[in-house]
Design a protein. Structure first.
Length: 380
């Protein structure tokens, strides 16, 4: 049975863990406690000098795996440590890669170029912390191909969509976006240990999903840093709305916002408040009312039919309120707003009354108790 399992691992070229991110992460937590027999079976994947019968061979990992990567359209080249063993590696072709496999028969490590030549971008998670990996997958999207590096860090592989090489784009997460250069590919044997495929197989490299908008995520992270008391709820709520567009469920969103609260808020917001604002943000998302982080402000067919012809000012005001106040639980809606959009106050007041009467907004406080007491409203 052990020999059959070893043959399967060697021929398929990866450890197939077809499971959800949560299940995968829970299983990796026990990896260090794997029994000796299991560790011996997994080592077969990385030991290029051993076949399934246990006989010794001088053939390294690179000549064994070069044709397998070539079969999915990816040229590889030998590396020593983390340095390419050949010049011109960024322009390596499949034919040249096959020639190198003959020239370097004992090489146990190899790399793959990233970017437009191979249509691959890698999210490099520079820590063995699985919570950071999970937060990265929530932010940038899930992928069927995950790698654990020789040092125990993680890589998430995506299809390339023009991403550049960006080191530490998010100040609070130890991750790099590798849209250029190269990475050491599994199952290479590096100076710190073996590279492992912990989810997926080489076939998945033919159908990788794109990474979510890195610039939008970077902007959301950058805008909420060093948040002090008095601003934490609003900033975290807006951050939750941005992240809700990428999160798989409310629990994933909660974990992401908790990390942000811990790293960006001084002092931290109470966990019950975090849960409350995350629940509210997720409710906006599932109801299709989350417009934060979107390039478009949607309007339903009913809204257009009710307002476009009869009350165009009301429709215009509704779109502006969604544009500027969607992430806020309440906002002032008085003369200052009318002045900001360049309307006379009677015109503004009529549009506001129309929206309130139709149920698109609701008044929380009528104001009118002095110069600094404006009406307070909320989107319905």
């Amino acid at each position: 049975m052990k020999r059959l399992l070893a043959r399967r691992v060697l021929t398929e070229g990866s450890i197939l863990l077809r499971s959800s991110p949560e299940r995968f992460l829970s299983r990796t937590a026990t990896r260090k406690a794997s029994p000796p027999r299991q560790r011996a079976e997994l080592r077969v994947l990385h030991d290029g000098a051993r076949d399934v019968s246990g006989t010794e061979s001088s053939e390294g990992l690179f000549p064994v795996w070069q044709p397998r990567y070539s079969a999915v359209g990816l040229p590889t080249f030998p590396v020593e440590g983390k340095k390419p063993s050949v010049r011109g590696y960024l322009r390596i072709t499949l034919e040249r890669s096959a020639q190198l496999a003959t020239r370097f028969p004992g090489s146990n490590a190899f790399g793959i170029v990233l970017g437009w030549r191979t249509a691959i971008t890698v999210l490099d998670v520079d820590t063995p912390d699985e919570d950071v990996l999970k937060a990265a997958l929530v932010s940038f999207g899930d992928t069927p191909f995950l790698v654990r590096t020789g040092s125990g860090h993680f890589q998430a592989w995506y299809s390339h969509r023009g991403e550049r090489r960006r080191i530490r784009p998010l100040a609070d997460l130890p991750i790099d976006i590798l849209g250029g250069g190269f990475v050491v590919a599994p199952p290479s044997l590096g100076s710190a240990g073996s590279y492992e495929v912990i989810r997926g197989s080489l076939d998945d490299l033919l159908r990788l999903p794109p990474m979510r908008d890195a610039y939008q995520i970077e902007s959301a992270h950058a805008e909420i840093a060093g948040v002090t008391e008095g601003h934490r709820n609003n900033e975290l709520f807006r951050y939750a709305l941005v992240c809700a567009r990428q999160a798989d469920d409310e629990q994933s969103l909660l974990q992401l916002v908790r990390i942000k609260n811990e790293k960006a808020c001084v002092p931290r917001l109470a966990d019950r408040e975090v849960r409350k604002l995350v629940h509210s943000a997720w409710r906006y998302q599932v109801r299709g009312r989350n417009f934060v982080g979107s390039r478009f402000i949607p309007a339903s067919v009913k809204e257009i039919e009710d307002l476009a012809s009869a009350q165009p000012d009301a429709l215009a005001l509704l779109m502006m309120l969604r544009r500027f106040h969607q992430s806020r639980p309440e906002f002032a809606l008085g003369k200052a707003m009318a002045k900001k959009i360049g309307w006379s106050f009677p015109r503004f007041r009529a549009a506001r009354a129309c929206l309130e009467g139709a149920g698109y907004i609701r008044c929380l406080h009528p104001g009118g108790m002095g110069r600094h007491d404006p009406p307070i409203y909320a989107l319905a």
